[in-house]
Design a protein around this ligand. Structure first.
Ligand SMILES: [Ca+2]
Ligand SMILES: [Ca+2]
Ligand SMILES: [Ca+2]
Length: 469
């Protein structure tokens, strides 16, 4: 695909476009001559000193953590009969090889996957109706596991409103106690008699320690509901694990709470937020005939070439486009379905204003922003439209005309806007996804690759900066 020259501005919108590219080529640029920048799998092949192997390769992790790539077990040919080549093209092979973090050298990621499996067992135990007993934990934790109270006694009230109270831990974590009995008792503190509970656990940091131990930080939340109250616990746990080689899962050796917050809604059990979409849009034709129908419905009816995506990751924007001080709603839709602009009415319902606005394109659009780019008091519209970015000027009444359009090196996706350089003019930032054909490297398909240990990834490279005035 040939990159076209951006048309000149047809109205005095002043803006800056920062286009990023996340291609593998960018990530790897400059790293070939620097062994320290290679993923561990490559570095380890070429370096044998203990120092070179020390940073993450000594973690003993169970194997296999993930099923082997199907391609590993392929027969004489990886491709279907009749095709000229019997092996996957290099980019597909590359993608397969990156599916298993151990194979790719990211052992901390493999540990994280194994620890997550163990934590999910705790999640299931907390969600069950019965109290947790020590024998429930014998496959999860070592016998002399250390644990703190997971629901601290000393809580200070940080907020009290009409519907909510927020309590937070005010003292250091309580003393640790030893054994599976203590751990089960501490976990049972999180349960409430007569409540339905919904726990979630998520690892957000992994800390390799030694060949036989590793730690992780875990976000924990638990929502519980009774007839007349709701309660949510938000906490951070530090978990330490004993590691063994082979298929043995990591075993919890200590667990302690480092942050703790409890949000209490007393007197009523109704949620603070409720889905009112159908109330606001029930009489709207687009809502009934397009929004309520699934991607599968449209995939069976619209040509793929229109840009219909099964994952349907499309954005929306909110802002007052017609100056009545009521926020309006712009919705990006799949390729083949028109974007929609809805004006908020005084009673809160939404009226379809797409035709009048001139923004009901059928192309694939991933994201939109409503921001005032030219400081004339009305919200202008920026849209990520596949391999283009469109800037639409508002006439103040919600009708838009193209002020600026540019092709992009990658499929344009998420957008953000702010005055980046403090000149009083709002600038915007475009995130790229799949590279355009012109940017593909040796047939690379431009799909995102699984990438592990984000803290070691080189800083995303800004490949183009254009300031247009
Ligand atoms: Ca409005
Ligand atoms: Ca404007
Ligand atoms: Ca600016």
């Amino acid at each position: 695909m040939k990159r076209t020259t951006p048309p000149r501005l047809s109205c005095p919108l002043c803006l800056a476009i920062l286009l990023i590219s996340c291609t593998e080529q960018d990530k790897n640029s400059g790293s070939d001559s620097d062994p320290d920048n290679r993923p561990p799998s490559q570095a380890n092949k070429n370096q044998t000193s203990s120092a070179a192997l020390s940073h993450s390769s000594n973690i003993a992790t169970p194997s296999p953590l993930l099923p082997p790539s199907p391609a590993v077990k392929a027969g004489p040919s990886e491709t279907a009969p009749g095709l000229g080549q019997e092996a996957f093209i290099a980019p597909l092979r590359d993608a397969y090889d990156r599916m298993d973090p151990l194979k790719d050298g990211w052992q901390s990621e493999a540990f994280s996957a194994a620890a997550k499996k163990q934590l999910l067992k705790i999640q299931e135990l907390l969600a069950q109706g019965e109290p947790i007993v020590a024998s429930d934990l014998q496959d999860l934790a070592v016998r002399d596991v250390l644990s703190t109270s997971l629901r601290p006694d000393q809580l200070r009230e940080d907020f009290a409103g009409e519907r909510l109270r927020v309590l937070r831990a005010s003292t250091p974590p309580p003393a640790r106690s030893e054994g599976l009995e203590s751990l089960s008792a501490n976990l049972n503190q999180l349960r409430q008699q007569g409540s339905t509970v919904e726990p979630h656990l998520k690892i957000f940091r992994v800390v390799p320690e030694s060949p036989t131990s590793a730690a992780c930080e875990v976000l924990f939340d638990l929502a519980s509901q009774q007839d007349s109250s709701r309660n949510q616990i938000n906490a951070t746990w530090t978990c330490k694990w004993e590691l063994s080689p082979g298929d043995t899962p990591p075993m919890l050796s200590s667990i302690e709470v480092s942050k703790y917050e409890e949000i209490i809604q007393e007197g009523e059990s109704t949620p603070l937020f409720q889905d009112v979409t159908s109330t606001l849009l029930k009489d709207d034709a687009a809502y009934q005939e397009q929004f309520l129908l699934s991607s599968d419905h449209w995939r069976a009816r619209l040509p793929r070439e229109l840009g219909l995506e099964p994952v349907a990751n499309h954005g929306l924007a909110i802002g007052d486009v017609n100056g009545d001080n009521l926020d309006d709603l712009y919705i990006c839709q799949q390729g083949g379905l028109p974007n929609r602009l809805f004006l908020q009415q005084r009673n809160g319902t939404l009226r379809d204003f797409t035709a009048e606005s001139g923004t009901g394109w059928l192309e694939y659009c991933a994201a939109a922003l409503l921001v005032d780019l030219d400081n004339d008091g009305d919200r202008d519209l920026i849209v990520s439209q596949d391999f283009r970015v469109l800037v639409m000027a508002n006439d103040g009444k919600g009708a838009f005309t193209l002020a600026f359009g540019s092709s992009t090196k990658a499929q344009s996706f998420s957008l953000a806007a702010a005055d980046y350089d403090n000149d009083g003019l709002v600038d915007f930032y475009v995130c790229g996804y799949n590279a355009s054909h012109a940017e593909l490297r040796g047939g690379a398909m431009g799909e995102p690759m699984p990438f592990h240990d984000a803290n070691t990834v080189e800083q995303t490279q800004i490949v183009e900066v254009a300031l247009l005035k």
